[in-house]
Design a protein around this ligand. Structure first.
Ligand SMILES: *[C@@H]1O[C@H](CO)[C@@H](O)[C@H](O)[C@H]1NC(C)=O
Ligand SMILES: *[C@@H]1O[C@H](CO)[C@@H](O)[C@H](O)[C@H]1NC(C)=O
Ligand SMILES: *[C@@H]1O[C@H](CO)[C@@H](O)[C@H](O)[C@H]1NC(C)=O
Ligand SMILES: *[C@@H]1O[C@H](CO)[C@@H](O)[C@H](O)[C@H]1NC(C)=O
Ligand SMILES: *[C@@H]1O[C@H](CO)[C@@H](O)[C@H](O)[C@H]1NC(C)=O
Ligand SMILES: *[C@@H]1O[C@H](CO)[C@@H](O)[C@H](O)[C@H]1NC(C)=O
Ligand SMILES: *[C@@H]1O[C@H](CO)[C@@H](O)[C@H](O)[C@H]1NC(C)=O
Length: 352
């Protein structure tokens, strides 16, 4: 009951404004957003660019603005291995026997265009991500299958896969290169290279981030990783190890990476909710050592009564922002997403 009354209160607020007038950039350990240096609260809606109804996009942006959530992370990829039925949005296809196709049409990147347009109208700043490690919405697996790579881990060093990935990045960056409401470009969602030397991912991050800076020197670039591979954990603590081929420090140290990203899912990682405190602290410490901001860009505790405690740890460690996973709304096509309740709990904890 409480939830629905908050949502209808939000729906009544209409925000119509001009786009931001300056690019977001690091400002010591936080960010300057629209010219103002600040910590931010944000969220994720991976699905918003796959909606087909503009007013549904606007409803989400209106609610985010009313909730004072400043930064929204969205999927800027939607890779398919067969052409979906009409009316289903896709951005890039990998169909054996044809060249990869980047869909710039009305059921393609034009949907993402509208997300950017609506973000501009509502003073929301966007993180746009280019590929998934996971096979949801195609991901690296779509490239792996199309190019006949020997293993998923071969994606990072495959010349053919990387050439197409860069071509896709160029197509997206070109569309929003001058928008001040793009907070940052992001290389991948949760890139992992299981069993690889950390130099594989570091080298890929180095090459890709430099490539993006060459296309667009104005926007920030981040990785979108889980933040694995750093010191501070108990011995045998897997997420602190380099088992997934990551070094949080070495990747953040690259000059073409503007800020650090990490995720926090203790229940998936065999940890408890209290353990989160050291995870938040250890990432903040790497950011401080390197002089770059760090954000907690996805989180979901086992028990949502601890959301507020985590947010307080984020603030007390001078972590620049937190973005809960994930925001949900009731739209013309029904509820997006099933995890709506979880995200509304996150919203409540921000309001209360
Ligand atoms: C949105 O941003 C513009 C440009 O900085 C500013 O003039 C306006 O006041 C902002 N609106 C709200 C509701 O914050
Ligand atoms: C697509 O082509 C690749 C490379 O030729 C091949 O290895 C792979 O098995 C093919 N995939 C399918 C689904 O046919
Ligand atoms: C994504 O990460 C998981 C876990 O390491 C791995 O099993 C999977 O193969 C990865 N996907 C790709 C395409 O590399
Ligand atoms: C990153 O790329 C630059 C330019 O090619 C190179 O000089 C530097 O050594 C690379 N760094 C790493 C860690 O790979
Ligand atoms: C949570 O895990 C830590 C180790 O990571 C342990 O020290 C602590 O006792 C645990 N707390 C609870 C309430 O189980
Ligand atoms: C979550 O934590 C609260 C407060 O400690 C407790 O009352 C509640 O039962 C917990 N819920 C679950 C599902 O564990
Ligand atoms: C789009 O969403 C609005 C608002 O929910 C709804 O009134 C309208 O019928 C929808 N349009 C279509 C074509 O579904």
């Amino acid at each position: 009951m409480r939830i629905s009354s908050i949502l209808s209160a939000c729906a009544a607020v209409s925000v119509a404004t001009a786009a931001f007038s300056s690019y977001a950039k690091p400002s010591n350990n936080v960010f300057s957003i629209d010219g103002e240096a600040q910590y931010f609260a944000g969220t994720n809606t991976y699905w918003i660019g796959f909606l087909t109804n503009n007013s549904d996009v606007d409803i989400v942006m209106t609610h985010l603005a009313a909730s004072k959530l400043k930064v929204l992370r969205v999927w800027g990829f939607n890779d398919v291995t067969s052409t979906p039925s009409s009316g289903t949005v896709w951005y890039q296809s990998f169909i054996n026997g044809s060249d990869p196709v980047i869909n710039t049409g009305s059921d393609g990147l034009e949907r993402l265009d509208y997300v950017v347009q609506s973000a501009e109208a509502h003073n929301i700043s966007l993180i746009i991500n280019f590929v998934n490690n996971w096979s949801d919405y195609g991901g690296m697996a779509a490239y792996v299958s199309y190019y006949g790579l020997s293993a998923n881990t071969a994606w990072y060093t495959s010349t053919a896969a990387q050439a197409q990935y860069q071509k896709y990045i160029a197509a997206v960056v070109a569309r929003y290169k001058t928008s001040k409401n793009i907070f940052a470009w992001e290389l991948a969602n949760e890139p992992r290279c299981s069993g690889c030397d950390t130099s594989v991912i570091t080298s890929w991050v180095n090459t890709t981030s430099a490539y993006i800076k060459g296309l667009d020197p104005n926007h920030m670039v981040a990785i979108g990783d889980e933040g694995f591979g750093l010191s501070g954990g108990a011995s045998g603590d897997y997420v602190y190890s380099s088992g997934e081929g990551e070094s949080f420090h070495d990747n953040l140290a690259l000059s073409t990476i503007d800020f650090g990203t990490y995720h926090l899912y203790p229940s998936s990682w065999g940890e408890n909710d209290t353990w989160a405190q050291q995870w938040i602290q250890n990432h903040a410490d790497v950011g401080t050592a390197l002089g770059k901001p760090v954000i907690l860009e996805e989180y979901g505790p086992t028990n949502h009564t601890v959301d507020l405690t985590w947010q307080q740890w984020v603030l007390s460690t001078q972590t620049a922002g937190d973005m809960y996973w994930q925001y949900g709304d009731t739209l013309s096509g029904g509820r997006r997403l099933m995890m709506g309740i979880r995200s509304i709990m996150g919203l409540l904890s921000l309001i209360l």
